[in-house]
Design a protein around this ligand. Structure first.
Ligand code: GDP
Length: 435
């Protein structure tokens, strides 16, 4: 889907707007997965078009007295990673020097830039907003993020600005697309080089192609796959990716573009905040996941066994624990083939379609033996279920009283599905509908 980045100086109302844009979808996703959500990244939809929103300001620490350098980095990153840039300004404050700085950067950009003037909630302010023509960015849209007035028009304009994306070819759909993701220095480039060979990994960095992730096709060990070239690898030298924001945001496009995310973790550092952010970003996008604990050659095996290490990671990724975790070394090439095999397996798992008759045979028996708990003396009956013909595994169960089927029971159903069919590494959605 398309990526929208919100930029602007602190306190113009970026995060209020962000929350407003993602609200509805987010609530649904959260109740399904029970996952803590990333405050700076969310999925949204308008007029049938799905898109992701990134609040770049949300990632900048101490953003009350943000430095000019910081905002420049924020904007440059948005320019690199987003399809549309939404520049938010504040009519109460008018044009500040920092707004001018941002506008100067954005004027050079070929991507669509939308200027949104916030806090416009009366005719007087509508008139005041005229001064923003001075930013040299053309027309603007006025809105008020706290009340929500004008945000519909803002969304219309946003969606209209989305560039057309080419339809994926048949081959692109059939071949797994892997994105190697992880924080800086986890060993992503080393892993890729070890896997496909330094000499074979020739990246053509064509100017102007930064807009989209680049797929490179490989044929290794009898597997055919595309590697999504992550921005981090190609543009390593450009920004020092020491902040969480940069590595997470760098991962967004690669994750969205991929089928399977191969998350590389530095064994000497453990599964930390940044790793977790990237993990949940992939999960939220319903991508397949494989976790590779890299640099395993550096870990003293008497102090930390694979089993303990694995258990620790699984604890962190609850409730989505059904994910392959492998211990690898890009240096000694330990278990690299296994890692590739596991990734291909997750791709297959994600594509699998269970015939409706088989699904009913198995699941209805499970439900009969362990029905949803009765509520207020009423019994919930599930008589039919099926997998939906969706790109990622989704299942629907038809019940007489769908609202009585609660989260724990849904999780029970999910676990049963996972016990009987291999959905390892694949997020699953369960819906209960009225029959
Ligand atoms: P990236 O930023 O994620 O692409 O990380 P790099 O591939 O550049 O690796 C960061 C550093 O970790 C480099 O110095 C690598 O040589 C080192 N490194 C990567 N993988 C391994 C590994 O499996 N074992 C050891 N000992 N070092 C590794």
């Amino acid at each position: 889907s398309h990526i929208v980045a919100i930029v602007g100086r602190p306190n113009v109302g970026k995060s209020t707007l962000f929350n407003r844009l993602i609200q509805r979808r987010e609530a649904i996703v959260d109740s399904v997965s029970g996952v803590t959500r990333d405050r700076n990244y969310g999925k949204s939809e308008w007029n049938g078009k799905a898109f992701s929103v990134i609040d770049t300001g949300g990632y900048v620490r101490g953003s009350d007295d943000i430095f000019e350098g910081e905002i420049r980095k924020q904007v440059e990153l948005a320019i690199d990673e987003a399809d549309v840039i939404l520049f938010v300004v504040d009519v109460e404050e008018g044009i500040t020097p920092m707004d001018e700085e941002v506008a100067k950067l954005l004027r050079k950009v070929t991507k669509p830039v939308l200027l949104g003037v916030n806090k416009v909630d009366n005719a007087m302010r509508e008139k005041d907003a005229i001064e923003f023509y001075n930013l040299g960015l053309g027309d603007y849209t006025t809105f008020a993020s706290t009340s929500g007035s004008g945000t519909g028009e803002l969304l219309d304009n946003l969606v209209a600005a989305f560039p057309d994306k080419p339809e994926p070819t048949k081959e692109e759909i059939e071949l797994p697309r892997f994105a190697v993701v992880g924080r800086p220095n986890a060993g992503k480039s080393s892993f890729i080089n070890a896997l496909i060979g330094q000499d074979r990994y020739i990246v053509t960095d064509i100017a102007g192609t930064t807009r989209d992730a680049i797929d490179t096709k490989f044929d290794r060990f009898g597997f055919e796959f595309n590697l999504v070239d992550t921005a981090g690898i190609r543009r390593k030298a450009k920004v020092k990716e020491d902040l969480e924001f940069y590595s997470v945001m760098r991962s967004v496009r690669a994750i969205e573009h991929a089928d399977i995310c191969i998350l590389i973790i530095d064994a000497t550092r453990g599964f930390e905040g940044q790793d977790q952010s990237i993990f949940w970003l992939a999960e939220k996008n319903r991508k397949g996941l494989v976790i590779l604990v890299n640099k395993w050659d550096l870990v003293e095996k008497d102090t930390m066994s694979t089993r303990d290490y694995e258990a620790k990671i699984r604890k962190e990724i609850e409730p989505f624990t059904d994910v392959p975790i492998l211990f690898v070394s890009a240096h000694t090439k330990q278990r690299l083939l296994k890692a590739l095999e596991a990734s291909v397996q997750v791709f297959e798992n994600r594509k699998q379609r269970i015939p409706t008759s088989k699904f009913n045979d198995y699941m209805l028996k499970v439900i009969e033996g362990h029905p949803p708990p009765a509520l207020k003396g009423k019994y919930v009956k599930i008589k039919y279920c099926m997998q939906l013909p969706t790109p990622t595994p989704q299942f629907v169960f038809f019940a007489n009283l769908p609202q009585y089927v609660k989260e724990p029971y849904k999780r029970f159903l999910e676990n049963k599905i996972r016990e009987n069919w291999d959905f390892s590494g694949v997020p699953i959605d369960i819906y209960i509908r009225e029959k």
